[in-house]
Design a protein around this ligand. Structure first.
Ligand code: BES
Ligand code: ZN
Length: 616
């Protein structure tokens, strides 16, 4: 009921908002006032309380006054309790007034703090709520070790405001320092300079010397160990996960070196991975210096490591060159997806590049089928909407495909040179889609007017779907799979004779994802008996198989499905499964029963997504 009401309100806001012309430079998802007073540094001091499920302490801001008449600092908050605010004047802290404004369902609540003309710092004492959308508090049972609790943050897109009151817009960049106070048995890490083997004292300090947008502020606390992989790369994970993670991701250092060679120096010092428990709602999150990674990609054969290439690539596209608003997310994700493919080709060769490109393209085509037209544009009008609701393959794969088209037209060498310059020119800056268009015009289109045109590029950006004549990835390795599958489906080849000897995980995914929607029970059994798909330990293969099992009511897979849904909280893997279950009465009953058990273990974001599907 509450969800219905808020959905209705959101719709109303959307209607009201779309009437006015859109200002591309305005971040419609922040109520803060950086154009008057812009924060430049923040210093955090927080105590992590697992019993109360709260962070409590303070944040102190340095700021610049862009408007000398400004008399308040306005911050974004959501579900935060403000205890007191103070201003530093001539080195002394004095209480200053504050007011929490009206709650907006999409944005949260503005915190207006009176700013005395002589103040040079502002302090906010606060605590978070157990429901904070950017925090997940895990009980020991939800971790690998089962002994200690775990906490992690996920700030992108607009959840930083649920654990720090701040100017929560990618147009503001701040450096930060932090002190985290934790139970003694645990280690805290942040998207900052970490001290890998710092003694476990329960007090940890951090410094992030590069200015970053708020959505990249991150912390995690748990029973964490560190192991180096290379000179600049390493893994933080629970003790039982460290070895397998290091083995899986050992090519990270090579990826880092290859990306630097192609697109310019890595700006962030170290690049480490933090392996989270399986409830992490994303595959990965590019928190600077320390990407947060789902354990569901530890497959034992490096088959799913493109995720690491992706999060690493964000160190160039996203973390250095940043989207100005959430409408421009495709600048982050499209460039990063393009770079991911390129990194994968350098490290693992062209066959893998081709296979991953085809799978990405197929995901996009599948997504476009169900997506309303406005969400099929690269630049999406999100006024009045929660940016999380616009999440799809469009900013990723359609964005990357546009860049691939430009590459094809001007040639790889010229396009790489252009990209390298783009990254250098916008280092540590935010930019809008329209600024990007102006840049492409000047640095690519005007140089290659016969090969590329602004009209074509604008079609990609502002129109729905994939423009006609777009590049279409191909893979010879998949043609072989097509042959085998077609013969099997035609009854010309028994399952036992399908030649899977040298199939890679990607070929399996392609085989499964391109089966007809309906299979007979005999066909399902034949595949499962022959290839043990229900028991697959590769989480992507299991996902594709379970989806087929649901569509065809294949009961022998249902126990595995139950374990999968209860154990894994990664949205991309579980959302399609719940959606498919809801198509039949018996599936819906199954989904509701499992969801009751699984829901408490899901992240607030995943709970929100699944609530809307399963309606418990
Ligand atoms: N930055 C994203 C995750 C994200 C995007 C969170 C938008 C919130 C809002 C991250 O880099 C990402 O894209 N993760 C993907 C994996 C990738 C290999 C496509 C994911 O989690 O599935
Ligand atoms: Zn990404």
């Amino acid at each position: 009921m509450i969800r219905l009401l808020s959905a209705g309100l959101l719709g109303l806001f959307a209607l009201m908002a779309t009437a006015a012309p859109l200002d591309p430079a305005q971040d419609y998802h922040s109520v803060s006032n950086p154009h008057q007073v812009r924060t430049t540094h923040l210093d955090l001091d927080l105590t992590v309380d697992f019993t109360k499920r709260e962070l409590a302490g303070h944040v102190i801001f340095d700021f610049e006054r862009l408007d000398t008449n400004a008399r308040e600092l306005v911050l974004d908050t959501r579900d935060i309790t403000v205890i007191a605010t103070s201003a530093r004047i001539d080195g002394k802290w004095q209480k200053t007034g504050f007011k929490l404004g009206k709650l907006d369902p999409a944005m949260g609540q503005p915190l207006r703090i009176a700013l005395p003309p002589a103040a040079d710092k502002i302090k906010v004492q606060y605590r978070t709520s157990p429901q904070a959308s950017g925090l997940q508090w895990l009980t020991p049972v939800q971790t690998a070790g089962k002994k200690h609790p775990f906490l992690f943050t996920q700030a992108q897109a607009i959840h930083a405001r649920s654990f720090i009151p701040l100017q929560d817009t990618p147009q503001v960049r701040t450096t930060y320092t932090a002190t985290l106070r934790t139970p003694k048995a645990l280690r805290a890490v942040m998207s900052a300079e970490n001290t890998p083997n710092a003694p476990k004292t329960g007090v940890y300090t951090f410094k992030m010397p590069q200015a970053i947008p708020s959505y990249l502020i991150a912390l995690a606390v748990g029973d964490l160990e560190f192991k180096a992989m290379g000179e600049r790369t390493g893994v933080y994970a629970e003790p039982s996960m460290v070895e397998s993670a290091v083995a899986e991701f050992e090519d990270t250092e090579a990826m880092l070196i290859a990306t630097e060679k192609a697109y310019g120096p890595y700006s962030w010092g170290r690049y480490d991975l933090l392996i989270l428990p399986p409830s992490f709602p994303f595959g990965g999150m590019e928190n600077p210096r320390l990407s947060f990674i789902t354990p569901t990609v530890i497959a034992g054969d490096k088959s799913l490591v493109s995720l690491i290439a992706h999060e690493l690539a964000h160190s160039w596209s996203g973390n250095t060159v940043t989207n100005a608003t959430w409408r421009d997310l495709w600048l982050n994700e499209g460039h990063t997806t393009y770079l991911t493919y390129r990194i994968m080709e350098i490290i693992y060769g062209t066959d893998r590049f081709n296979m991953e490109s085809v799978l990405g393209y197929q995901d996009l085509v599948a997504d476009l089928k169900d997506l309303p037209k406005p969400y099929q544009q690269l630049a999406i009008d999100l006024r009045g909407k929660d940016p999380d609701d616009a999440f799809s393959d469009v900013p990723y794969e359609k964005g990357a495909l546009l860049l691939k088209e430009l590459e094809d037209k001007v040639g790889r060498e010229a396009f790489d040179a252009y990209l390298k310059q783009y990254i250098a020119d916008f280092e540590f800056k935010s930019l809008t889609t329209e600024q990007w268009l102006a840049y492409v015009d000047k640095h690519l289109v005007s140089k290659y007017p016969k090969q590329v045109s602004m009209a074509r590029i604008k079609q990609w950006v502002y129109e729905a779907g994939i423009p006609e004549g777009a590049p279409m990835p191909q893979s010879d390795a998949f043609t072989k799979v097509d042959n085998q599958r077609d013969q099997w489906l035609a009854g010309e080849l028994p399952a036992a004779k399908i030649d899977v000897k040298d199939w890679t995980v990607h070929q399996w995914l392609y085989f499964l994802n391109n089966l007809p929607l309906e299979l007979s029970l005999d066909q399902m059994r034949a595949l499962d008996d022959q290839f043990n798909l229900t028991a697959s330990r590769n989480n992507e293969i299991a996902h594709s198989w379970l989806l087929i099992a649901i569509r065809n009511g294949y009961e022998p897979a249902y126990q595995r499905l139950e374990d999968y849904l209860v154990h894994i909280g990664r949205r991309k893997l579980i959302t399609p499964l719940y959606k498919a279950l809801m198509h039949t009465d018996s599936g819906a009953a199954f989904a509701k029963r499992i969801y009751k058990v699984a829901r408490p273990g899901y992240h607030p974001l995943a709970q929100g997504t699944m609530d809307a599907i399963v309606q418990p």
